[in-house]
Design a protein around this ligand. Structure first.
Ligand code: SF4
Ligand code: SF4
Ligand code: FES
Length: 252
């Protein structure tokens, strides 16, 4: 195994400046992940050409692929830095690991992006369960094991952005809410309390930027680190919105 690894990072000082590549030599450590690599660069921000520079900015929080904050494009594949192991990456490349920020979100600095467009989509589809207050409202309706089995995979979404990064329909020129938000609409519509807002969610899903904007390329489901069945959710959203519209035509 190489004693030193080369890491090429696409850097950007602020949201308005241009970007440039910088390469760093990082001492190899057994079992290191890309977050550790970025930590080592931050501790000694000197390029391979021996130029002093600023530490590479990146986000991280949970360090166990749960929060989605460290999502970036590593060797051309969108993924989380904390679960990207250097040993695995070096198996597939020529010794230089290439890291860049996601392209579907505004860059804040270096590898830090603003995932606000995703959170705005979640707001549009009311990705929450309404509560009247924090008093005891008694037992809620029962959830069957079968319903639980269906809902649990969808609840694993961490709003990381991998699916929208891979989606050709999601970009700043399109109102498309994206696969994650569609899947969350299906999740909250299936919830015994959350379904009180089902009609509103279906209105958004059947309107401009809704499920009809999906081009069915199926890129999203291939990159989701949580194996969320996004294309099943999209198919269900298609069926539910059709039924919703038919009911509206008949005034129900
Ligand atoms: S659906 Fe998967 S890829 Fe998309 S934001 Fe959620 S966890 Fe990430
Ligand atoms: S299936 Fe739809 S949501 Fe998924 S990547 Fe393709 S266009 Fe985007
Ligand atoms: S730090 Fe939370 S997913 Fe990587």
């Amino acid at each position: 195994m190489a004693q030193t690894i080369k890491v090429k990072v696409l850097r950007q000082a602020d949201p308005h400046s241009g970007s440039q590549w910088q390469t760093f030599d990082v001492a190899y450590e057994a079992g290191m992940n890309m977050t550790t690599v970025l930590l080592r660069i931050a501790a000694k921000p000197v390029t391979s050409d021996n130029e002093n520079t600023t530490p590479v900015a990146y986000d991280s929080c949970c360090l166990e692929e749960v929060c989605g904050a460290c999502t970036m494009v590593i060797d051309g594949r969108v993924r989380q830095a904390c679960s990207a192991l250097v040993d695995d990456l070096l198996k597939d490349n020529t010794g230089t690991i290439e890291v860049r920020p996601m392209t579907k979100f505004p860059v804040v600095r270096d590898l830090v992006v603003d995932r606000k467009p995703m959170f705005e989509s979640l707001k549009r589809i009311k990705a929450w369960v309404r509560v009247d207050g924090y008093h005891d409202t008694g037992a809620s309706a029962r959830v069957t094991p079968a319903e639980q089995e269906e809902a649990y995979p969808l609840s694993r979404c961490m709003t990381c952005g991998c699916c929208v990064e891979a989606c050709p329909q999601f970009n700043d020129r399109s109102p498309f809410i994206g696969p994650a938000a569609i899947s969350q609409a299906i999740l909250f519509n299936s919830d015994v309390t959350g379904r009180v807002d089902k009609g509103d969610r279906l209105e958004v899903l059947s309107g401009r930027g809704g499920v009809v904007d999906c081009g069915n390329s199926q890129n999203c489901v291939k990159v989701c680190p949580k194996d969320i069945p996004l294309t099943d959710s999209i198919a269900k959203a298609g069926r539910d919105t059709t039924i919703h519209k038919i009911k509206q035509w008949f005034g129900r």
